[in-house]
Structure formats: C-alpha cells, structure tokens
Design a protein around this ligand. Structure first.
Ligand code: 2AM
Ligand code: CA
Ligand code: CA
Ligand code: CA
Length: 252
C-alpha cells in the first residue's frame, strides 16, 4: 500500500509545482481574509480521493476540503488527507507547504506521509512498516531532549493569546518557531531539530505527524492530557517524552 500512496503523492506534488509555474490557481477566502483555499487544494484532494477509491473502494476519506471533513476515524480503513497544508504559504511564498496523508484502520494509525512539495522531500512511516523513513533512508528516533534544551514550534494565535500557558512554555524552551505549516513542524520534530509543536489543529493537520511521532515513541495529546478527538479543531501538544513531562509540570 505504501508504494502506491508514495506514487500518488509524487504525482500530486508535480501537479502543484505545475500550477505554480503556470500561475494558474484561483484563491478564495474561507472563514476570514487570511484563511484561504485555492482550486488547487480542492483538485488535489479530488485527485488523491480518486486514487484511493480505485485502490480500495471500501475505504472512507476524511479531508479538509470538498465537504469530506466530518468522516469518523474509527471504523474500517480511513484515509486522512490534507491536500495542501500551509495554504497561506502556498499563496504568499510558493514554498513551505506540504501534502499530508494518513491511513487509519479501526481507529489505529498505520501510516503517515508528509511531503514538502518544493523541496521534494518525503517523510513517511508508521506501525505498518515498523519505522519512519526520510525518502529512502530509515530515520533514527530523535534524542529525548528536555523542554529547556530545544526549539519549540507553535501556532501564532495561541502564543499571542498566551493560551494554555504557551508564553511560559515558550520561555522555558530554547525558543519558539512559527512556520505556518503544521507539516513542516512535524518534519522538524522527526529530524530532531525541534522538540515539539503546540497548535490548534484539525485531524488532517496532526494525523500523519502523530502516527510518525508515535512510531518514534514520542508523546502527544489534546488539552488537559486527554486523547485527541479526531473531530473538530482542538489543542494539539506533541513533544519528546522528556519535554512533555516538563510541560505537564508547568500546566499543573
Ligand atoms: P492549512 O494551511 O491546511 O489550513 C498554520 O496556519 C497551520 O495551521 C497550517 O498547517 C494550517 O493548515 C493550520 N490551520 C488549521 N486550522 C487553521 C485555521 N483555521 N486558520 C489557519 N490555519 C489553520
Ligand atoms: Ca485550510
Ligand atoms: Ca493543514
Ligand atoms: Ca489544507
């Protein structure tokens, strides 16, 4: 299954790079001036959904666009799609965005894929393949650093509001980084150049990344140390085990 998925993601990436080269995409607003979607987001989700349906007609799809955002995660095989993660970066920078895809079976994360489209850089893996890969290479788990020893990714809105003690958590770390793309934060965690990521996220934002963090024995949760709900947007906290212990201390 992973071979097929990687092929679809590479094809989808080529479609996005072509749209950028030809400057053909159309931008729309969703909930606000800065919450954007393009025709490319929608067509890439359709492209991936078609491939999935041809591959496994009994699978269901949970995706950000095209009214597919309410599918439950816990029954049968579910493919979770974020066709462009970091749409604002895609529109404003034409780089620093990802394609993300994850596979769940009976609610258990099996495979995650995060593709940095413009760098042509793929991180993928999980329970089903027993490891995490950076392109063709098996990745080693990142060191289990304390909060005080690493950089921490955060969503700008929760940091600006000091939501959930994020000011103090950030100040105890080596520094806060705001990338505007959840996928890039997860890539930084998997590479060991960031100890974690705290943000308000939807299931398609954290599915692939949390599956690969789990494979590495790292810690993640929703607010108040509760499991993630895989429904609406909620607080996501993903950290090394040691940094999670530090954050729990701060919150207590
Ligand atoms: P998106 O580009 O797929 O919407 C930083 O904005 C990160 O948070 C991006 O990965 C973005 O994903 C995600 N995000 C989730 N919900 C968002 C929202 N309502 N507004 C802006 N970004 C959101
Ligand atoms: Ca969006
Ligand atoms: Ca996203
Ligand atoms: Ca998206």
């Amino acid at each position: 299954m992973e071979k097929e998925i990687i092929q679809w993601i590479y094809e989808a990436g080529e479609k996005i790079r072509t749209a950028i080269r030809q400057e053909t995409f159309v931008v729309d607003q969703k909930s606000s001036r800065t919450d954007l979607v393009t025709d490319v987001d929608k067509s890439i989700q359709d492209f991936l959904a078609d491939k999935i349906q041809q591959f496994d007609s009994s699978a269901t799809i949970l995706g950000e666009e095209n009214g597919q955002d309410k599918t439950p995660i816990d029954k049968g095989r579910v493919f979770v799609i974020d066709p462009i993660d970091g749409t604002l970066n895609f529109v404003m920078q034409k780089e620093n965005f990802c394609i993300m895809l994850a596979v769940y079976e009976e609610g258990i994360g099996q495979l995650g894929f995060i593709y940095d489209v413009m760098r042509d850089d793929l991180f993928w893996g999980g329970r089903k393949v027993g490891g995490v890969y950076h392109n063709e290479d098996l990745l080693a788990p990142p060191p289990n650093k304390r909060l005080s020893d690493g950089l921490l990714g955060m969503g700008i809105s929760i940091f600006a509001d000091n939501y959930y003690h994020t000011r103090e958590i950030g100040e105890r770390s080596m520094g806060v980084r705001v990338l505007g793309c959840a996928g890039l934060d997860f890539i930084a965690i998997l590479k060991g150049i960031q100890i974690g990521y705290i943000s308000l996220l939807s299931p398609w934002d954290y599915a692939a990344g949390s599956i690969m963090m789990e494979q590495f024995g790292m810690a993640f949760s929703g607010a108040e140390h509760q499991p993630l709900k895989f429904q609406d947007r909620e607080l996501f906290i993903g950290l090394t085990q040691a940094a999670m212990d530090d954050v729990i201390q701060i919150i207590a």
